[in-house]
Design a protein around this ligand. Structure first.
Ligand SMILES: Cc1cc2nc3c(=O)[nH]c(=O)nc-3n(C[C@H](O)[C@H](O)[C@H](O)COP(=O)(O)OP(=O)(O)OC[C@H]3O[C@@H](n4cnc5c(N)ncnc54)[C@H](O)[C@@H]3O)c2cc1C
Length: 382
């Protein structure tokens, strides 16, 4: 599945690497993931400044159309971008969910006014966005969501609860799915609202995770009056709007294998230093996670090569998600066996408990397997 980098992508690499060498000062380095959910205010300020630098140089979302601050970059430039950010250990933007999930929906379904006012601020990290989809009784079966929005003059009156809302404690904007027609079949009565989280009637309660961090939140809406201009896309067609994600972020699939393989390499090095690679059982486990990392790279490259040739990402993103999340967990287990008690502190300690969430977030393993069974293997729906 080898592909060569076209000259334009290599030219972009040179230009971007030079920019990073100059602009990525020690002040900004240190957290490659771009944001920790539990950021101290001074780190948030640093990342905001870094985000603005990226935006100013049109590097915050290179795949976006130029009129909204992007470069209309192709898939290979996006891959190069991911590789160079990873190589330099550069933080990403403050809006990982905003850029990959919410902006594509705004660009495709938004009014000109929504695009012009909301996108530049998201791009610069002036606003932080979260996604209010899941509810206590609506996760995998998202279309059964119950939060209501009732039209009242120029406003919707919103009531109900969201949960597992990543970044909600830092966010000031939310892409919210609400039920606007309780009589319609469940996928048809949903609308999508772009909600300013500072209006009265919205309460955010952080949930502390097993890592001890604030990552996601419950959000309670009590008679919150959201202006009708917040409607994204047509009324009752929120399901279609919500399904528009990743439209401009095809190259970021490379991020999964870049970060996983770097962690695998770190463990292999630590195993060698400690002589753990001499143990025949551990050797097999290390070989297995090495192969899982290489397999993920091949799957990512297949997806990228498909995107270059005009094929939709489709079920390949489910394969990549499945492989990546399970490989991360196998890596955590193997790190425990190789490093013993040392795997319970520092970044391994944090990662090893955090990894439990990866097979749930963004679609559970079981749901992904259902997608693969029906869409790739052609099996009947359960
Ligand atoms: C780290 C993290 C971040 C998240 N961030 C957000 C966010 O920002 N915004 C947001 O809206 N949500 C977010 N979520 C929520 C996430 O989308 C849901 O947790 C996920 O969709 C699963 O829903 P659930 O938790 O209600 O589990 P359920 O859907 O109740 O599933 C429970 C179990 O049943 C299985 N199951 C369910 N349906 C089927 C089926 N048809 N066939 C086979 N097995 C099935 C599941 O695989 C799972 O094992 C986040 C979750 C995590 C872990």
């Amino acid at each position: 599945m080898d592909f060569t980098y076209p000259p334009e992508a290599e030219a972009f690499r040179k230009e971007f690497r030079a920019w990073l060498d100059q602009e990525l000062t020690t002040e900004f380095r240190g957290e490659g993931a771009g944001f920790s959910m539990d950021m101290a205010p001074d780190r948030l300020g640093q990342l905001q400044r870094w985000n603005r630098k990226l935006a100013q140089a049109r590097y915050a979302a290179i795949a976006w159309p130029p009129e909204y601050g992007g470069r209309g970059a192709g898939t290979m430039e996006q891959v190069v971008f991911a590789e160079e950010m990873h190589r330099a250990g550069a933080p990403g933007t403050l809006n990982p969910i905003g850029l990959s999930n919410i902006a594509p929906a705004i660009i495709e379904h938004g009014t000109e006014d929504q695009k012009r006012t909301l996108l530049p601020r998201m791009l610069r990290g002036d606003d932080i966005w979260c996604q209010g989809f899941s509810e206590p009784d609506a996760g995998s079966d998202l279309a059964s969501l119950k939060m209501t929005a009732v039209a009242d003059g120029d406003h919707f009156v919103v009531n109900g609860q969201k949960t597992w809302n990543t970044l909600g404690h830092l966010a000031n904007w939310c892409e919210l799915l609400v039920r606007t027609d309780p009589e319609a079949p469940k996928h048809k009565g949903i609308s999508c609202l772009l909600v300013d989280m500072t209006i009265p009637g919205i309460e955010v309660r952080p949930l502390i995770t097993i890592t001890g961090e604030k990552e996601f939140n419950e959000i309670f809406f009590t008679d919150a009056r959201v202006p009708r201009t917040a409607l994204l896309g047509p009324m009752h067609e929120g399901w279609r709007v919500a399904m528009t994600t990743l439209a401009y972020e095809r190259g970021t699939v490379a991020n999964l294998h870049l970060s996983l393989r770097a962690k695998i390499q770190r463990l292999l090095d630590q195993a060698k230093t400690r002589g753990a690679d001499a143990d025949p059982v551990l050797r097999q486990k290390l070989a297995r996670i090495y192969l899982e990392g290489e397999l993920l790279k091949l799957v990512s490259e297949r997806a990228i090569s498909g995107a270059i040739n005009g094929r939709d990402l489709g079920p390949e993103s489910s394969i990549a998600k499945l492989l990546w999340s399970e490989a991360e967990q196998h890596l955590g287990e193997t790190a425990g066996e190789v490093l013993g008690a040392d795997a319970n502190s520092g970044s391994w300690g944090r990662d090893r408990v955090y990894m439990r969430a990866l097979t749930i977030a963004g679609g559970t393993t079981q749901v992904n397997k259902n997608i693969l069974a029906t869409r790739i293997l052609g099996l009947p729906r359960a």
